[in-house]
Design a protein around this ligand. Sequence first.
Ligand SMILES: [Zn+2]
Length: 81
Amino acid sequence: MRGLENTVKELEETKTHLTERVHRLKEEIIFLKTLILRHSNCECVGVREYITNRARYLTGTGMPQLPLPANGGPTASATRT
Ligand SMILES: [Zn+2]
């Protein structure tokens, strides 16, 4: 049964890590939404492209074009392909 106990331990650790990650991602979503709203009335091309793409995606008329911010966060280029 030792193997099973180790598995349980590992899974609990994984769960803890994932829970932390979800929490951080939720915070990031809030941050990004705030960022977008702050730019909704200006001429930033990246933000406008994002909003356009997102609107298209949400209305089902296109695919989302924005790459996920893997490391660069909101400052990463939105034109990356
Ligand atoms: Zn702006």
